[in-house]
Design a protein around this ligand. Structure first.
Ligand code: ADP
Length: 864
């Protein structure tokens, strides 16, 4: 929905200066009151348009119009609005007044993140004034009814975020596949007064849900005819609303970029392969590892990229050669000849050859043992892939999608098809459920009819890109992607700023791909300080072997910026001396600032007239031109696991609030997204600052929470504070204030996560993102030099030193949603707040108010 909000521009009651945010706007003596239907949509629109508002209660916000009048926007109806509504033909509001009763169930195979969904449906549903019921044991609970359908309150979902699988249970339910079973389920829903169902499951569960809805009319008719429900019930429950959330570890649903549970599963796989790696290395063994995925190779392919496997087998793209055994052995042998002591082959359980014959792990093992004499072991990861605490990504995904699911319930009308909540390009989307299921089945059909190109095409666009990334970053001996000699470049790569997870992964991919293209690539030690000292080292494919799984920066990194901390002339001189034709930076805001400085003086130095790119890498996620920088996912996962441990401690100590300091510079990204992922009860971010009224409000809020807690079972609570939010209200000061004010209700402690947030091993997402951005960077260099090199070649001349001067040849290579995009620095500069070291607009602000809403802020908890 696109909302253009124009606040009362003509009113002129108050032509004074705007009120500052440290005042409580709701206390102004003149306020305009506007009734709105969807307050969350208004908040989102305000955030998108940069309009400041104060979030005073769950049903109202206060903003200032251009003439500084105070406007209250509220969902609360008053006598005037009700009268108006009726005059406008809206009829009685009785149907609107009837509380929505939402049922939520999890079905099919369990997936980590399902609990985040249940929690979010419950908390957000309650905040919207709905009653929420959990249906235990999936459809079986719906059919059995009784105690399987339970009303939820705020406390029912305490601790859910960190628990893997689903705490309300799931089951495969045969009776629901029959009409009789669904008739019983319909009766149970009606008897519990439930008119809307949010189902989290795979394509089977969602197909069942849609069938249930399409039959609803007939089911209600039959229940009425047989006297199982009254005619009043038949009228009230004339329509059933169904909304689907995709919980599936395979990421096998079309129309969404990612399904809930897939990334956690990838975490488990990568942990297992990383562990197998060390034993493989020690014994010089080969390992054949089977991962889940019957019709979908997403897990296998992503694990292949993230662990640097030698070979992957996936259903959508069987090996090109009929004799794949020989092709695989050739690759494995060549890698061994280069000095590799391990061979890792990852196989999706549904992998097939071109003739649809399954490729089985035991057969691969026999081939490697017999033909290459490798000591080969098989590891089938099986159900370990489902288990464990959800990673940060799945907690956030489950949370934000479920909020959209509740919104979809509230916006549903009988004529609309059942929606499925998806994620496309980092935006939550709503699409017709059955279209997505149909498209999903088409992939399986395409594979069955050996139309592999179509199967790949039907997958999301980034899948193809990721397949390319795997193929081009493995060591190739076949010259299949080698460039003509005159187009080959000398590329330098360096790390700048603080270490971040994925810097090494990106470097490995850049080196491997560049070498496969015929380029020469130099690693520069210690950023620009090393560059000006001439610390260039030629890298070969084996130099970076194993780098994908390692955190920190092997090249060494520091914050020196050319033109500021090191002499620009020396930078140009060293680039010229080493005949560097393309420069790849991996780093955070200092790297961005370096590109800005290089861009300014480029025309003064011929050796700077080369393509330059930046792969954003910083835990703060504050580099313009990308939705996600490398390291921020690793960091969020560290925050999540640390906070889980801290919450446990807080719970054990009873009545304790932890104030946890997270990194982020002037960016609140880690606090906002981390706050969503751990269920923080408050966050302090630099974009908002802290003041006394805010602190006072938080103290009151915490008191109200502890007042309504069960004294025997107090919750552990956390507050996240970005390190640089305030010089006055430090982590220690806030904690002391809370401790004093909390009195007997609660005490407070601090935890400063510090450099732990840079992580140890990079998360799978950071490894994959790094690899993708690196291959696109090399493509970017080629695209900006090809014409000049071709021209020189055709004239039989040497390559000129000035390869390109165009503005678009210095760019950030970033992720816009799931797409990789090169954004020229010239275009990004107007969007950059250089003083605060961040972009003016951050996509993640949209999640800010959710942290408070899900914490139950301003919501009456006395009804529970
Ligand atoms: P997933 O949802 O993970 O794909 P399943 O295919 O096993 O898992 O489906 C889970 C449950 O959804 C089934 O046990 C059944 O109760 C219900 N279901 C699946 N397909 C249908 C269908 N075509 N009609 C009715 N219910 C179905």
């Amino acid at each position: 929905m696109v909302l253009k909000i124009v606040l009362n521009p003509k009113a002129s009651l108050r032509q004074g200066t705007p009120l500052t945010t440290d005042k409580n706007w709701a206390l102004e003596d003149k306020l305009f009151v506007l009734n709105v239907q969807d307050l969350e949509a208004v908040k989102r629109a305000f955030t998108e348009q940069g309009i400041t508002y104060q979030d005073n209660s769950v049903s109202s916000i206060v903003a200032q119009d251009p003439n500084n009048n105070m406007i209250v926007l509220t969902t609360d109806l008053n006598p005037v609005s009700e009268q108006q509504h009726q005059q406008l033909g809206g009829g009685k509001l009785s149907s609107q007044k009837r509380k929505k009763k939402i049922g939520v169930l999890t079905s099919g195979g369990d997936a980590s993140g399902m609990n985040a969904c249940v929690r979010s449906v419950v908390l957000y549903g309650l905040s919207k004034g709905c009653d929420v019921y959990a249906v235990y044991e999936g459809y079986q609970g719906l059919v059995d009814g009784g105690d399987f359908i339970r009303k939820m309150d705020w406390r029912s979902v305490t601790g859910y975020l960190s628990i893997g699988g689903t705490s309300i249970g799931t089951a495969r339910c045969m009776p629901f596949k029959t009409r009789d079973g669904r008739l019983q389920a319909a009766e149970n829903l009606i008897k519990n007064g439930i008119d809307s169902l949010i189902v989290c499951g795979g394509d089977g569960s969602l197909t069942g849900a849609d069938l249930f809805r399409s039959e609803w009319d007939g089911l209600v008719g039959e229940l009425l005819k047989t006297g199982r429900i009254t005619s009043e019930e038949a009228t009230v429950f004339k329509h059933l609303t169904i909304v689907g959330l995709v919980g599936s570890i395979d990421n096998d649903m079309s129309s969404t970029d990612i399904t809930i549970g897939a990334v956690t599963s990838l975490h488990r796989i990568c942990e297992a392969v990383d562990s197998v790696d060390t034993t493989a290395l020690s014994h010089s063994r080969a390992f054949v590892i089977e991962v889940m995925g019957r019709h979908c190779g997403w897990l296998a392919l992503m694990a292949g990229i993230a662990t640097g496997a030698d070979f992957v087998f996936i259903p959508e793209q069987p090996p090109k050669d009929e004799d794949w055994e020989t092709a695989m052995c050739t690759v494995a042998r060549q890698h061994r000849e280069l000095g590799k002591r391990k061979t890792i082959i990852i196989v999706a359980e549904g992998a097939l050859d071109r003739n649809l014959k399954p490729i089985k792990v035991d057969h691969i093992k026999d081939v490697l043992s017999d033909r290459l004499g490798l000591d080969t072991r098989v590891t089938i990861l099986g159900h370990t892939q489902r288990g464990g605490s959800p990673c940060a990504f799945d907690r956030i995904l489950g949370t934000v999608q479920s909020v959209a699911a509740v919104d979809a319930v509230l916006a549903s009308t009988p004529d609309k098809p059942s929606p499925m909540i998806g994620m496309n390009n980092n935006q939550v989307t709503t699409k017709p459920l059955m279209d997505a299921v149909k498209l999903t089945h088409e992939v399986a059909n395409a594979i069955e009819s050996q139309n592999f190109d179509k199967a790949l095409e039907l997958r999301d666009p980034q899948f193809l890109d990721e397949l390319k990334v795997f193929n081009v970053t493995t060591i190739l001996h076949d010259n299949s992607i080698l460039l003509p000699e005159h187009q080959r470049l000398r590329i330098a790569i360096l790390h700048i700023g603080a270490p971040a997870g994925g810097m090494n992964s990106a470097t490995r991919a850049a080196v491997r791909y560049a070498l496969n293209r015929g380029h020469t690539i130099y690693g520069v030690s210690n950023g620009f300080s090393g560059l000006v000292r001439g610390c260039f080292e030629k890298l070969n494919a084996m130099d970076v072997d194993g780098w994908i799984t390692c955190g920190g920066s092997y090249l060494g990194t520091n914050r020196a910026v050319p033109g500021k901390d090191v002499d620009m002339g020396m930078v140009a001189c060293q680039l010229q001396k080493n005949n560097i034709q393309a420069l790849l930076l991996v780093g955070g805001f200092e790297a961005y600032a370096s590109l800005v400085e290089l861009n300014k003086v480029r025309r003064e130095y011929p050796s700077l007239c080369i393509p330059m790119s930046l792969i954003p890498a910083t835990v703060s996620n504050n580099v313009p031109g990308t939705d996600f920088s490398l390291g921020c996912d690793t960091s969020l996962n560290v925050i999540v696991s640390s906070c889980d441990a801290i919450v446990q401690s807080a719970q054990s100590s009873r009545r304790r609030v932890f104030v946890i300091e997270v990194q982020g510079g002037r960016s609140g990204f880690l606090a906002v997204e981390g706050g969503l992922a751990v269920g923080a009860c408050a966050i302090y971010i630099p974009e908002e600052g802290i003041n006394l009224p805010r602190l006072q409000g938080d103290v009151e809020f915490l008191k109200s929470l502890y007042d309504t807690d069960n004294p025997q079972k107090s919750e552990g609570r956390v507050i996240l504070r970005t390190e640089s939010v305030s010089k006055t209200y430090t982590t220690e000061v806030i904690s002391k204030i809370l401790e004093d004010e909390g009195g007997a209700r609660f005490d407070s402690r601090t935890a400063v996560l510090g450099h732990i947030q840079q992580g140890n091993a990079p998360s799978p997402l950071d490894r994959i993102r790094g690899s993708r951005l690196a291959t696109h960077s090399v493509d970017f260099f080629e695209n900006h030099t090809r014409d000049v090199l071709d021209q020189a070649h055709s004239k039989k001349q040497d390559a000129p030193m000035e390869l390109c001067k165009q503005d678009d040849s210095i760019a950030v290579i970033g992720l816009c949603g799931v797409e990789v995009k090169a954004s020229p620095i010239q275009e990004l500069l107007p969007l950059t707040d250089m003083k605060n070291r961040k972009p003016y607009q951050d996509w993640w602000h949209r999640d800010r108010s959710l942290v408070d809403t899900l914490a139950g802020r301003s919501h009456s908890r006395c009804t529970e």
